[in-house]
Design a protein around this ligand. Sequence first.
Ligand SMILES: *Cc1c(COP(=O)(O)O)cnc(C)c1O
Length: 359
Amino acid sequence: MSENILKWIRPEIRELKAYHVADATGMVKLDAMENPYHLPAELLQQWQQGLATADINRYPDPAASELTQRLAEVMQVPEGQSLVLGNGSDELIQMLAMAIAGEGRSIMSFEPGFVMYDMIARFVGLDYVGIPLAADFSIDMDATRAAIEQHQPALIFIAYPNNPTANLFDAEAVEEIIALAPGLVVVDEAYHPFAQTSFMPKLAEYDQLLVMRTVSKMGLAGLRLGLLCGNPELIEEVNKIRLPYNINVLTQYTASFILDNAGFLEGQAEMIRSDRDHMLKQLSLFDELEVYPSQANFILFKLKQGDATDVFNRLRDAGVLIKNMSPAGGVLSNCLRVTIGTSEENQAFMSALTKALSR
Ligand SMILES: *Cc1c(COP(=O)(O)O)cnc(C)c1O
């Protein structure tokens, strides 16, 4: 490819590496915070029959009205607040970034944090300011106050619980940041089913506050569906950026169907929460590991001795795929992240880890 053509791609884009997704073919897949369970058998059949009635020859309802209504109920969006849907919450992050992008503007969040905040900021030419978390992964409020004062961020993302650290930040700290922020604040509640605490009830108190949710981690990652909730006037502005048919016919049908029968999802989340607590206990029995608290459906742990990449490779050779956080460096050096799977998958992971550590 000639440089004459590539020179038209913005330099900051050429510098980026594409988001890498590891090949998981045939593996016990514990790398991406997916819910390991499928629909219960009786729903599976109803759903498949219903799919046959979906009008795939037509464009979808651009406002996804029926689904929006269902989501507002199921997610307990307060009366008087509004919501806009995205093709995954990743698309909502992108819509927000496009809505605020401009000369001298920045997005702020915490490090280590969710990589898409940083990546999407770069896509649209915004500065990204990542405030280092304290050693125990709590928010360093002095550093945060100073950074807000200095950078006047147009948008702050707070993942609640945080990814990849799995902890829930102190609610008072989060609220202080909301109150201090000069611009918008998004509380990203992707892991809400596992943390069971929310800023949704605070929406009416703060015009600048938005709460983001997704159906991905609760069991529907394949659908690509997220929602952003907040003040109707603000949501209406974000909605202008949305491409008209961003939620496709199959997603609209499927998500509405599942939310009509949503009871089983809470049962699955409950199982995952209890398996998480069990795995936290098991992992903490290893002297070689430092295990961090988790309010999510995954666990971050650090090898106090030995090499995390080595252990990651041995697990992979044993057919268990987790996430190696070590290449990110800094406080994540020698850290690994494992998603909670089915009991069998968790056992496969634990026994592969035991072997990997004893070599
Ligand atoms: C996984 C994750 C998301 C992305 O969710 P999608 O709806 O699948 O795009 C958003 N925020 C955080 C913190 C996540 O970990």
